[in-house]
Design a protein around this ligand. Sequence first.
Ligand SMILES: Cc1cc2nc3c(=O)[nH]c(=O)nc-3n(C[C@H](O)[C@H](O)[C@H](O)COP(=O)(O)OP(=O)(O)OC[C@H]3O[C@@H](n4cnc5c(N)ncnc54)[C@H](O)[C@@H]3O)c2cc1C
Length: 599
Amino acid sequence: MKSPKALSMKYMEMKTLEWQLFNVFALESLTEQSRFADHDAVSFRQILDSVKKFADTELYPVIREMDENPARFEDGTVIVHPAVGTTMKTLGEMGLIGAPLDYEVGGLQIPITLFQALNFVIDAANNHVSGYYNLTFGAAELIAVFGNDKLKEDYLQPMLEGKWGGTMCLTEPQAGSSLSDVETVAIPQDDGSYKLKGQKIWISGGEHKHVDNIVHLVLARIPGGGPGTKGISLLVVPRDRLDGTPNDVTCAGDFQKMGQKGYCTTHIIFGENDDCRGYLVGTEHRGLAHMFQMMNGARLAVGRSAAAIATAAYEASLSFAKERPQGRRLMKGGKKDVSQEQTLIINHPDVRRMLLTQKCVSEASLALILQASYYYDMKHSTEGDEAKDYWLLLELLTPVAKTYPSEAGKRSVDLGLQVLGGSGFCNEYILQLYYRDIRIMSIYEGTTGIQSLDLLGRKILAENGRALDLLEQEINKTLDQAAEFPDQVAQLKEHMALNRDVLKSLLPLVMKGEVEMFLSDATVYMELFSNIVIAWLWMKMAVKAQEEGAGTDFLKAKIHAMKFFFQYELTLNHGLAKVLKTPERLTIAEDDEALLAFA
Ligand SMILES: Cc1cc2nc3c(=O)[nH]c(=O)nc-3n(C[C@H](O)[C@H](O)[C@H](O)COP(=O)(O)OP(=O)(O)OC[C@H]3O[C@@H](n4cnc5c(N)ncnc54)[C@H](O)[C@@H]3O)c2cc1C
């Protein structure tokens, strides 16, 4: 039996990440902004190298162990793999947990673009550990931006040092996608604190003993806020109080899952004994708006994680395809020459199609995350109208950056498993693990359905469609540099016009108040729109490869992948557009015939 490790020693190709980061997205150019002026390309590379070394030695070697020994509930706590502790400690010591934050709150002011790249490496090595410190970062960032001085003083340092963990507590049994139904309450107390009562389910990283405390960022209702999302507030609720005594926060269990088994998913109860204290973050009843900062960051993080898993799966499939002999190539005239040795499966066109799809999806998903992160960095380091435009671009790309890597990534890992044939289905090989791990990405942090409603119902319409205008300007800038690829330039222009055409047929529905009809195929629209964004990013990479001379196999492969994406994926938009433009809606149920379609 071949060792599974022997077949997937390389969980990612640093060359592609570095090329995208430093060449395509010109990370170094961000140091021209005063926010990042203390950094340079050398320091960026040093951080990247040290994270890769840590991921190689401490994280990738234990991913299978974490999968095979899932987090488990025992005596009121959750037992998780020691790698969780090592990760929190090491990244805390390196200053990387909150590295993008301002100096004054303990950050290093590194660009989010670099931060995403570092996390991509860790996610590709072991996606079971990254959520623990990523949520700690998100929780700390909320306190840093919206918390008062006392909260900052009490909580930030131990969180950023990796001594305390952080979570986001939104979901309740009756409130998943619909946060307007949150019921946890927070009653004001004379000392300025709030008494919490309620329960949250599926809370990632919610309980374990590899950190000294866990700081929950909780959505709850303070009386007087009114119904719906507008009445929700945000509170810091530590498991243990600052003096070390328990804060009446109990863990009632750990959900067992099909994937990400090393990443605990807990049931947390607040105020079982009527003695749970929380502290307001930001303004009363504005909690959901504040929480959106963490959720938007988490959405990019989920997309990045999916991109990284798809990348690791691609590397594993590629290694396998280069080693596995099976069958013979068809000779001219369709004959097989069985006297010849078997060929490697990488020579079969259908296997190449699967691998090229994997390459296209995983590399473009990474590019999408870096592009969105670049807009984030520019938004935070510019001012006025310029900052606002970057913000609009980021807002538009966020649901896509969450969804495309999750959905297309899932498909690409599935193809990767298919490349291995029967071996893909067997536990000895790592593909089945990636297949299970990536499945959650299109569910948490807002399902694909919810992201698609956000894209079509809010982001496309916002500011009279200005974000889409800006994105088209960005795409056109790339197309202006793409004279070497006239066929693909014409194709992308045609698809941009197709997108406008689809919107032209959909938008009158909004004017007529037919909102359900307008949004009923939002997920189909997400797919069409994502394909255009991804085609643009592939074109951007091909233009860069051409500009660099396209002399190496590495650069030629980028151009080949661009052509493959345009031919095999972008063309699918014609069918999607047809669905979107058809007036008949087969998915909408009239009240009296809701179940008729399933009779
Ligand atoms: C492993 C794991 C970890 C998680 N971690 C956290 C965490 O750390 N913190 C936290 O707060 N939550 C967490 N969650 C919760 C997660 O965010 C929710 O599961 C998710 O938001 C979906 O909610 P739901 O499961 O209740 O599904 P539902 O909201 O019931 O949705 C079920 C289906 O209906 C669709 N649907 C629902 N509403 C609509 C609508 N209006 N229009 C169209 N379609 C709709 C959805 O797209 C989905 O396909 C986690 C969940 C899991 C499984």
